[in-house]
Write a protein that binds this ligand. Structure first.
Ligand code: SF4
Ligand code: SF4
Length: 182
């Protein structure tokens, strides 16, 4: 290809891009809209429900402390530690409303709950698959940065908190020959 032809092709290609729709996001003011409520697993039907694999959510009223999630993670990232949290030590605002008065979790007799180190987690979702009680799902929350390694360790209380509102979101569109958001 001659130099003149090369310059011409590059110029035309650049010119064509000018009329394409924007693909970059003004993050963090804008965030991409994520469909669904995260990766879940229906233990009764034994099927996964597709979704984004962000940080986990723990349902305190369903977790029995069986440790199966922790065992599933052992040969992957070994980042789930089972910890003891007495029921009375959970702040009232993370306790599901229907249990708030009693603040008791009779299904979890030993008060054992998973704690996850997101510094090691590879977000594979195997722990969610392993939970027979639908007590552990993944959410759309992906902003997990921390100045310290300890800040990436989520206690059972932190895991029980629903993901935060993300603010303004934009939808990603894929069309033939073009991908953009708007
Ligand atoms: S998603 Fe994270 S915590 Fe769960 S099994 Fe995979 S590495 Fe372990
Ligand atoms: S989250 Fe599920 S698998 Fe893990 S301890 Fe609780 S009930 Fe068992």
């Amino acid at each position: 290809m001659s130099l003149v032809r090369g310059v011409f092709v590059a110029f035309v290609t650049a010119l064509r891009q000018l009329f394409r729709r924007r693909m970059t996001l003004r993050y963090p003011e804008e965030k991409l809209e994520i469909e669904g409520e995260g990766f879940q697993y229906d233990a009764k039907k034994a099927i996964g429900i597709p979704g984004y694999k962000g940080r986990h959510i723990l349902f305190l009223d369903k977790c029995t402390g069986c440790q199966l999630c922790s065992i599933a993670c052992e040969n992957i990232a070994d980042c789930i530690e089972m910890v003891t949290v007495e029921k009375k030590d959970f702040p009232a605002w993370v306790v599901p409303k229907q249990l708030a008065a009693a603040a008791t979790f009779p299904q979890n007799k030993k008060s054992l709950w998973p704690q996850i180190d997101f510094g090691s987690c590879v977000f594979c979702g195997f722990c969610v698959d392993a939970c027979p009680f639908d007590a552990l799902y993944m959410t759309n929350e992906y902003e997990l940065t921390s100045y310290t390694k300890e800040g990436l360790i989520f206690t059972p209380t932190q895991l029980a908190i629903p993901p935060k509102e993300v603010g303004k979101t934009v939808k990603f569109q894929v069309e033939e020959m073009e991908a953009y958001h708007g």
